[in-house]
Ligand binder design. Structure first.
Ligand SMILES: [Zn+2]
Length: 284
């Protein structure tokens, strides 16, 4: 299936559903950062989570970032999604390993850590940016995001995220986010819960279906699934020479002066690895 995100409704419009398929995006993230399978899975889940949480991105300058600060060997994991197709992220220690869990799955929680925080920063492009923090549950990413919704936004939600591997290659990546809309009945919530409990792992579903439409209708037809809009998804960093220079100018003057002692200053984008070279006189 091609990478994309499908927005839809469940239970006659009582809940919103977003489904993402992002195999190429996740594989690209792993490749850029030369990440271990565990970190690729963690970063991939975080990227899909960020994109799902952005929803339909109606504003021109919307942006959402997730920062997982766990006590695992990967260190902080950052994922950013926003308008203009931005979807990017990195892990502090991309080569970190944690092996496999007892059930044979990659130990994502082990590499992220189960103690720490998830910070969600939202900027709608107009008005004040907003940030909320919650404690990590397991470092498995999806559970951590669900808890964030419950604690910080007082919103129960269902979050499923999965990255499938075969011999260290990403073969599938998928995610589902369901959020009840105002006035959602208890009956609808129970129907959704029942349907989710019977669903196969989301990474398998993303590999099985040819399209997101088919994925949605096949999995949720019993509870009145309706698709609204599909959008493309890709790993995309919006860094530029101008933005890098702005970042340099945000440094204290003394730091800039110290940097300017070199003839050339090389800056590398943490998200995509692009290099930018500045001359000393550009910094003062
Ligand atoms: Zn970049």
């Amino acid at each position: 299936m091609k990478d994309g995100i499908l927005h839809g409704l469940l239970c006659d419009g009582q809940a919103a559903i977003e489904i993402i398929s992002a195999r190429d995006t996740v594989a690209r993230a792993g490749e850029i950062h030369n990440a271990s399978p565990e970190v690729t899975a963690a970063l991939g889940r975080a990227l899909m989570g960020a994109r799902l949480m952005c929803g339909r991105l109606k504003g021109e300058k919307e942006r959402l970032s997730l920062t997982f600060k766990g006590d695992g060997p990967a260190g902080s994991i950052i994922a950013v999604a926003g308008s203009g197709g931005v979807l990017k992220g990195y892990a502090a220690e991309p080569g970190a390993r944690a092996g496999f869990r007892a059930d044979g799955k990659l130990n994502v929680g082990g590499v992220v850590g189960s103690r720490g925080t998830l910070t969600v920063a939202r900027d709608s492009g107009s008005g004040e940016p907003y940030a909320g923090v919650s404690e990590l549950v397991s470092g498995e990413i999806a559970e951590d995001i669900a808890k964030y919704y419950l604690i910080s936004e007082q919103q129960p939600s269902a979050v499923l995220l999965g990255v499938g591997f075969e011999r260290a290659e990403v073969v599938s990546a998928g995610g589902i986010l369901i959020t009840p809309l105002p006035g959602c009945s208890q009956d609808a919530l129970e129907q959704i819960e029942r349907t989710l409990s019977q669903l196969r792992p989301v990474s398998e579903l993303a590999q099985f279906y040819q399209s997101l439409e088919e994925f949605l209708h096949d999995s949720f037809w019993e509870i009145g699934a309706r698709s609204l809009e599909e959008k493309q998804v890709a790993y995309y960093c919006d860094c530029s020479r101008e933005r890098m220079l702005e970042a340099l100018f945000a440094l204290p003057k003394s730091d800039r002066e110290e940097l300017a002692e070199q003839d050339e200053i090389e800056m590398c984008c943490q998200f995509c690895g692009n290099k930018y070279i500045f001359k000393a006189d550009e910094l003062v």
